[in-house]
Unconditional design. Structure first.
Length: 128
């Protein structure tokens, strides 16, 4: 009986703390009195590759996601792909503007909340 319990052990991992710098939403306040000034637009692409441990298969992985800020203000793309025993996690954050107005703050805050939540989703491996 104990042997059958060990055969079904799940290994759960999250890539957020290993791969991504955006582990917290920088916009914690509900309202803002001043525009958000990043100084410049930016594009950050994070790619992490992993080799699956011998004797494990992917049981569950995050779904692909594409988010856009209103007015083409930015974009977030996230994908987890498997090829054989290799797992690749790709996260791309594009901010097309240097400054976001007070009126755009709510959308920007929600955008970052969704980024953090998506990057924190877990990959579940199951022992064969």
């Amino acid at each position: 009986m104990l042997n059958s319990i060990f055969k079904s052990i799940l290994l759960i991992c999250t890539c957020a703390s290993v791969c991504f710098s955006q582990v917290n939403n920088p916009f914690k306040q509900e309202l803002r009195s001043f525009p958000v000034d990043f100084g410049y637009g930016s594009e950050k692409i994070y790619t992490c590759s992993f080799t699956l441990p011998a004797g494990y298969k992917i049981e569950e992985m995050p779904a692909r996601l594409l988010l856009e800020l209103p007015g083409k203000g930015g974009m977030f793309a996230y994908e987890v792909a498997q090829q054989g025993d290799q797992l690749k996690v790709i996260s791309k954050i594009s901010l097309n503007k240097a400054v976001y107005s007070i009126e755009e703050y709510g959308a920007l805050r929600e955008f970052y909340s969704k980024i953090v939540a998506k990057q924190a989703e877990q990959i579940v491996l199951k022992k064969l």
